[in-house]
Design a protein around this ligand. Sequence first.
Ligand SMILES: [Zn+2]
Length: 302
Amino acid sequence: MNEGGCTGRVCLRCVRHHLDAVHGAVRDGRRIEFVLPAFPTKSPNPAKVLGPLPDLAEELALRFLNELCERISEVYAPGAAILICSDGRVFNDLLGVPDEDVTAYAHALDAMITRIGADRLDQFSLDDVYSGAGHEDMRTMLSAGHAPTLQELREEVRGGGAPLAMYRGITRFMLEDLSGPAWTGTRSALQRKCRDLAYRVIQRSRAWGNLVDQLFPTAVRLSIHPQPCSTDKIGILLADTPDTWLTPWHSVAVETGGRFTLMKRAEAEEAGARLVHAHGRPSHYVLEQAGTPHGPWNRACA
Ligand SMILES: [Zn+2]
């Protein structure tokens, strides 16, 4: 996040919350462990994504995370691992996403991790915490034990800065996800609903973050959201995209000019991108740039 007076390319204020965790692991010769709340479930809006299951957008992000761990191994032999703490089960009901879709997404992500050989990555979810409980009960137990009150969150957001940016970002996602043909009310009623839902999503994801911190106290905490200088999380960008809030589960992968970026599905289609299938399912888009010759050298590397 472009604020807060970073002191340089490697900012000592930015890293100070994480040095102890890294030093501790190095001192004991342990693997450096990261936790990353991410990969919840696909957006329910078909104008943004290809469907409920992970596709090349997720695969590219998983490959990037695994490579990051491999690069750490090159300078530190015990290496590193990232535990993806999927938060889909934590708030899918607020987005209107069925629990079965969350389960299918997580299973497919597991299969993808195995298929691409991303052996530094693993998944952890609410299903592992309250194993055997009903999904609604899991969310109730999580909120009861770990969530801040809505009043506390509203005060934080009123204070501006990072909490306000987070609130605005989540509200924008809610508006995009719920403004499909299924919404029959007025625009202002939808905005009110989304502002309210945004607080509840932040409340649940904060509860999940608190529980994850408690369960993995020695891990380094990553976040998919932009972070200001000197917080207890390191913001990490999962894809090469001009919109730092865009994630693989809110978009599609688009290959253009020999590189991949993320776009909303409707935007990719409006730009004339061509859908590519892989492993028997819709995978990603290819967007030929003006003046680029058509030919085998320009094929998607699916
Ligand atoms: Zn900094």
